[in-house]
Design a protein. Structure first.
Lengths: 154, 199
């Protein structure tokens, strides 16, 4: 997993309500990522109807220097990862791994009986935030030596 | 790349059985207690839960307290089902249609909960599915006389929790449904899933 710079991880619920948006790249405003997450909803629904089997939906679209990857679970929860692309080719396998980790973090959080699954409120949980933080900053949870730094402002 | 699979954790089956049977009893006990305390339980023939005869009472239909018990047990099952499907469907491909979902329930969910698959699945292809289990695991250790109407009535509340689980599973997959269960001869039972027609 050579040089993946995750700028933002967003999680969108079943009713297309935002559950969690985390910005790892201070050079873009939070609002921009909210906008990106919002536009991704439609693209994801379209893509999901086409690609009937896989949860990983691939690249949804790119704008300027950002490319947006999507993943939709069986329970209609959508994960979005916004990457700042340099000129590296991002492998599908790497992205699937990232999404698998996000999915695991989400399932762990959803298993909490005090979390209302359909409440439309944002996720507020320290443990969940720490896990997403570790994923976004490329800190390995399972060993290995990946240390991708968040993209710095040009 | 190192695998990040946590070791699979298992739960003792006896613990689950004790929990589910006691849960039903506790719900009935606490709701009848509340009803008596608040004076809303106007039917003296039901007797007090503490009259020492022990064991399940006769659960007549149309009793307000039993409706409250039904609601609570079903909602508990609903919430459990929602979380269960998040965990189980994590590594699975997306479902193609309702029939695929129901088949998944019959096989994987039943295997996960009851260590066996559903014995018979019938559908009218118009949104109604009937799942038949000839030996429902949570009934196998209940003492009963085979098909007496009485034991059938006594066993009904124990089906409300599994109904809730099924409804929760379907709901979190985006399928609105009504799940009813009935048993004509223990330990067999059938679950009927009615899926709402999408507009």
């Amino acid at each position: 997993m050579a040089n993946i710079n995750i700028s933002c991880i967003a999680i969108i619920g079943k009713q297309n309500n935002p559950l969690y948006i985390k910005n790892f790249n201070p050079s873009h405003a939070d609002l921009k990522y909210h906008y990106i997450a919002h536009t991704s909803c439609d693209v994801m629904e379209e893509r999901a109807a086409m690609k009937a089997q896989d949860m990983y939906l691939g690249v949804l679209f790119s704008m300027e220097d950002l490319s947006v990857y999507g993943y939709m679970t069986n329970t209609k929860i959508k994960f979005i990862a916004v990457l700042t692309v340099h000129d590296v080719i991002i492998k599908d396998l790497d992205m699937k791994n990232i999404f698998r980790r996000i999915h695991a973090a989400y399932v762990n959080h959803a298993s909490n009986p005090f979390y209302e699954i359909d409440s439309e409120k944002m996720i507020k949980s320290k443990k969940f935030e720490q896990e997403i933080d570790a994923i976004g900053r490329g800190r390995a949870l399972e060993g290995g030596n990946r240390n991708s730094l968040p993209a710095t402002a040009p | 790349m190192a695998s990040n699979q946590a070791p699979v954790k298992l739960v003792n089956e006896s613990a689950v059985e004790f929990l589910t049977t006691e849960m039903v009893e506790a719900m009935i006990r606490t709701i009848k207690d509340d009803a008596i305390r608040l004076g809303t339980d106007k039917d003296p023939s039901l007797g007090s839960p503490n009259d020492g005869t022990g064991g399940p009472k006769d659960y007549s239909e149309g009793d307000e307290a039993m409706e409250a018990v039904y609601y609570k047990l079903e909602m508990i099952g609903f919430r459990v089902g929602e979380r269960l499907i998040e965990k189980i469907s994590k590594d699975r491909m997306r479902f193609s249609d309702n029939l695929d979902v129901v088949k998944f329930v019959c096989k994987e969910v039943w295997m996960f909960l009851f260590k066996k698959q559903v014995d018979n699945l019938k559908t009218n292809h118009r949104g109604v599915y009937v799942l038949q289990d000839n030996s429902f695991r949570w009934f196998t250790r209940m003492a009963h006389d085979q098909s007496s109407a009485e034991s059938v009535k006594k066993v009904t509340p124990y089906l409300w929790f599994p109904c809730g689980i099924l409804r929760g599973i379907l709901s979190n997959l985006g399928i609105a449904s009504v799940v009813v269960a009935e048993t004509s001869s223990l330990p067999a039972c059938t679950f009927q899933i009615k899926i709402a027609k999408t507009a």
